[in-house]
Design a protein around this ligand. Structure first.
Ligand SMILES: O=C1C=CC(S(=O)(=O)O)=CC1(O)O
Ligand SMILES: [Ca+2]
Ligand SMILES: [Fe+2]
Length: 345
């Protein structure tokens, strides 16, 4: 099927329970830039962004991820996207300009995995603050890097995303051929989205990029100084997959936010796939530090096109947390030299 020409992941809409508390987290603590705001919703972006927003926070009753927005290369790609999804039998809605602040026509779909995807081209340009160093806090979040989606059947989800034109850049598998997670790119970095095997469809995290590791360390130090270290869920650390330096935070509603820097270029057509053994204890943290259980088990509800929570299905294949016994207690540092056994916590 003719897939739409997707340029990049562009925005996420999050429903939050207390808009002021969320504003404090994303603006005062993390330093995202406010493009527009009113008493119902806030439109935020990274310092290097020129499209209207990368994140919408909307006050609502059920904390959830309401839309995953992707920019396409030309307005005609909305027609191609509509054709693609109708051929898949998906619910498709075309929304006139103005449906979303700063965005032109939007094509909305509930995709075959149950995720609310949106596609757009026309967008209001806003000031790119790249050189406005007076606006930079030490956390310095410069752009949206990726989404991460929880879905029960990663192999099935990968088939759908690859048919949508995404390039698989990395994955985690076992010797029996089970796929536990996979990463998919449209732009020239490691991913625009990823599938984490688990009960889904749910939103695992949104990731923003900084330029330097010290920006991430500053965010940790700032949260400590604010006595908000409980917002730190996992990290800081160095990923195996993607090679990025990372930190995972939980926002006031429990939505997971990754701060991410220095992954690698993947733009050549023959970019080699990197596959990790699920028992490799350095796959998710290159230093072998354990993955806290909540990172595997907790994620955000997603909404359908009418704003209702999408029902969640459990994963039927082996779960990474079980296979590695708790948080990476049954994994090896050096293959063939035996396993680290038992809980790491
Ligand atoms: O962006 C990512 C890159 C790597 C990893 S992992 O924990 O190293 O698998 C997780 C992640 O999907 O958040
Ligand atoms: Ca196919
Ligand atoms: Fe991530």
């Amino acid at each position: 099927m003719n897939a739409p020409d997707i340029v990049r992941c562009a925005y996420l809409e999050l429903v939050v329970g207390d808009l002021a508390a969320s504003r404090e987290f994303y603006v005062d603590v993390l330093g995202l830039v406010v493009t527009e705001e009113d008493e119902h919703e806030i439109h935020l972006r990274g310092l290097e962004e020129f499209i209207h927003h990368n994140l919408v926070l909307r006050q609502g009753p059920v904390p959830a991820a309401a839309a995953f927005g992707f920019r396409v290369r030309h307005p005609r790609e909305l027609d191609r996207a509509e054709e693609h999804y109708r051929a898949l039998g998906c619910e498709v809605r075309r929304e006139a300009p103005g449906f979303r602040r700063g965005i032109g026509e939007v094509l909305r779909v509930l995709d075959p995995l149950g995720f609310p995807y949106e596609f757009f081209y026309d967008v209001q340009h806003v000031p790119r603050l790249t050189w406005n160093y007076e606006r930079y806090g030490a956390g310095a979040i410069v752009r949206l890097d990726h989404f991460n989606q929880v879905y029960p059947d990663v192999a099935r989800g990968a088939e759908y995303l690859e048919d949508l034109g995404f390039r698989r850049t990395e994955d985690i598998r076992d010797d029996e051929g089970v796929t536990y997670a996979a990463w998919f790119a449209r732009k020239d970095t490691v991913h625009d989205t990823a599938l984490t095997g688990g009960a889904g469809p749910r939103m695992h995290h949104i990731a923003f990029a900084t330029h330097e590791k010290h920006n991430i360390l500053y965010i940790c130090d700032k949260l400590g100084a604010l006595r908000r270290s409980d917002a730190i869920e996992r990290g800081p650390g160095r990923h195996g997959v993607s090679n990025a330096f990372y930190l995972y935070l939980r926002d006031p509603d429990g939505h997971r936010v990754e701060i991410y820097t220095q992954d690698y270029y993947t733009g050549d057509p023959d970019n080699p796939l990197v596959t990790w053994d699920v028992h490799d204890n350095q796959r998710r943290d290159w230093w072998g530090n354990p993955v806290v259980p909540s990172w595997y088990t907790e994620a955000s509800t997603v909404l359908d096109l009418d704003g209702n929570p999408v029902p969640v299905r459990e994963r039927e294949e082996a779960r990474e947390m079980d296979v590695t016994i708790g948080a990476d207690g049954f994994s090896y540092t050096r293959k063939g030299e035996g396993f680290k056994v038992g809980e790491q916590l």
